[in-house]
Design a protein around this ligand. Sequence first.
Ligand code: NDP
Ligand code: MG
Length: 389
Amino acid sequence: MVNIAILGSTGSIGINTLEVIRKFPGKFRVIALSGNSNSALLERQAREFRPLFVCVGQAAGVRRLKASSFGKKVKIFTERAGLEAMVAEKKIDKVVIAISGSAALFPLLKAIECKKEIALANKESLVMAGSAIMAMARKNKVKIIPVDSEQSAIWQCLEGEDTVNLRNIYLTASGGPFRETGINKLKAISVRRVLRHPKWRMGRKISVDSATMMNKGLELLEAMFLFGVSSEKIKILIHPEAIVHSMVEFIDGVILAQLSATDMRIPIQYALSYPARLANYDAGSRVDFCRLEGLHFQKPDFMKFPCLKLAYLAASELGTLPAVLSAANEVSVNEFLRGGLKFISIYTVIERVIARHRNIGNPDLEDILHADSWARQEAHNIINKLKYT
Ligand code: NDP
Ligand code: MG
């Protein structure tokens, strides 16, 4: 029995993780859960899974959990320090990091420091501080098992292989909701339209990232850090069917691909069960090749999705630039979701923040945190200027 902590259990990945665990009661035990603002859902999850530890973001949530019937049987934590303290609990074997945005960084570092096995969905932490995270994981002999479907695919294709023999990684992308939308139509696009992804149902931030294709840019950086590969070796391929989750090509010309249905529960399950594979009997989780109309691949349109250019720039320069890219993106996406920024201005803000940044090579964690807060402030300043021009 593996004792699992799910950080971000009230989000899209968190909910899917609990669905997987429900199917294997003899294999996994939910020992800790965390949510931020949605204490009502967190309470329902705690009622069903009876964890020993629960962390909630706000004081009102703590009151709600304490007042519930199981309130005395669980240890309740709150805020960032509470989340880190919860992660350190001895009984936890594996931590699923399903918090969105940079808020995942410190609990992730804590989990690594405490030598927990990691199932990592969050990508912003890796983009921000990939070198520091991977160095800490190596030092503590901690495995970081990717949950993101593309990284899980690459991880599976590279299993038992030497990355010296790697020629290319083909990072696939569904193309998001605007793959076929004309570039001029992207100017006046609504939040509602952006959140309607054709292939995946996800949280709000990653849905916007998919629409700008910054999600693929973040995944480019994520793959570089996870697998120790330079950006020249990573090619982004649009693959609208989202069946091939990524591919690797070796020096002898052999290409390995990982295919499966478009269902996040599949990579989540593998990250939980690794290295074992568990039987999945859901009919919807199978690929029926005879019913597929074809598998298509094409180059991404860098003019229509200029955020990809910014991500490749950050990927070639590295230093503090990836942290700046991710922070400026997070601020801009939040502002877009609040209705304070146009869809196309997400790119403008990030581009301007990057242009003003003085990059620091080989940064330590302090440099990264400094660059992160600088970029957030710059992004806010630029957004305010855009509002009044
Ligand atoms: P959601 O927005 O659906 O969920 C985010 C979770 O994080 C919620 O539980 C939320 O709590 C919690 N949270 C938000 N802010 C904080 C904070 N400051 N402190 C603590 N907890 C916080 O996101 P997703 O599940 O879609 O994505 C999670 C991560 O996984 C992202 O990094 C995303 O890029 C990555 N990912 C997601 C995929 C998907 O299919 N959704 C696929 C691949 C990767 P609450 O809701 O209670 O406020
Ligand atoms: Mg992905």
